[in-house]
Design a protein around this ligand. Structure first.
Ligand SMILES: *Cc1c(COP(=O)(O)O)cnc(C)c1O
Length: 223
């Protein structure tokens, strides 16, 4: 299978569930991204600030860049001028820094809050309780240069797909609850970023709107 065919296949498949494909191009060279671009892919996910910025500088300007990795506060300034959506916002301090850099760039940066849903210690994110407390705080309301447009989560890395599905369904419930209960100007819940190569079907069935697929499109990564 070629990158072109993979893009076509996954775009159609994911669209059939009403979700959108984010092509995760981390570690891949510009040529690979351009092959995807040639068949219409415009949304790309990267997890390293330096790599994403280098690609943004050299590739077509209508590409929408999604930061999907763990973002360090001291690097927010590099992506603030151009990033389309930051998926993995996992702390108040990070969101405050994004707000500050967005203000400097005279823009509003769309963000997803990352929620910890896996039964693993290595994944980042808010717990449900932390998140609800934060969203109800005055500090949150005061952040005028960010817009929370949804949530992001990563399920456990397990063969137990029933558990994976249950974790995604839990995130969908939290998404619905926030959408119904939290009324602030800087929040408009519409995106639920969940699902990768090995669990995108479960994620789509649970209500994902953005699926982040890398290796199934571009092949295995060599780090
Ligand atoms: C690498 C990565 C992906 C894509 O993973 P694949 O298994 O290659 O599809 C998705 N989301 C995040 C946050 C990632 O870091």
């Amino acid at each position: 299978m070629s990158i072109e065919n993979n893009i076509k296949f996954y775009t159609e498949k994911i669209r059939s569930y009403g979700a959108q494909l984010i092509a995760v191009s981390k570690t891949k060279p510009n040529e690979d991204l351009l092959q995807a671009y040639a068949v219409g892919q415009r949304d790309f996910g990267e997890n390293k600030v330096q790599d994403m910025t280098a690609k943004w500088e050299t590739l077509p300007k209508d590409i929408r860049w999604h930061m999907i990795g763990h973002l360090q506060r001291n690097k927010v300034k590099y992506i603030a001028p151009y990033v389309h959506l930051i998926h993995g916002v996992d702390s108040e301090r990070l969101l405050v820094e994004i707000n500050k850099q967005a203000e400097k760039n005279e823009r509003v940066i769309p963000c997803l809050l990352q929620v910890f849903i896996a039964q693993e210690e290595t994944k980042f994110g808010f717990s449900e309780e932390e998140l609800m407390a934060f969203l109800n705080s005055e500090e949150f309301e005061s952040l005028k240069n960010i817009k929370i447009i949804g949530l992001m989560g990563m399920a456990s890395n397990t063969e137990n797909m029933a558990r994976v599905k249950a974790e995604f369904e839990g995130l969908k419930s939290l998404f619905d609850k926030i959408k119904a209960d939290i009324k602030a100007e800087n929040i408009a819940m519409k995106e639920l970023s969940m699902g990768m190569t090995n669990d995108y079907i479960e994620a789509c069935e649970a209500g994902s709107t953005m699926v982040r697929i890398g290796s199934a499109i571009f092949g295995e990564r060599n780090y």
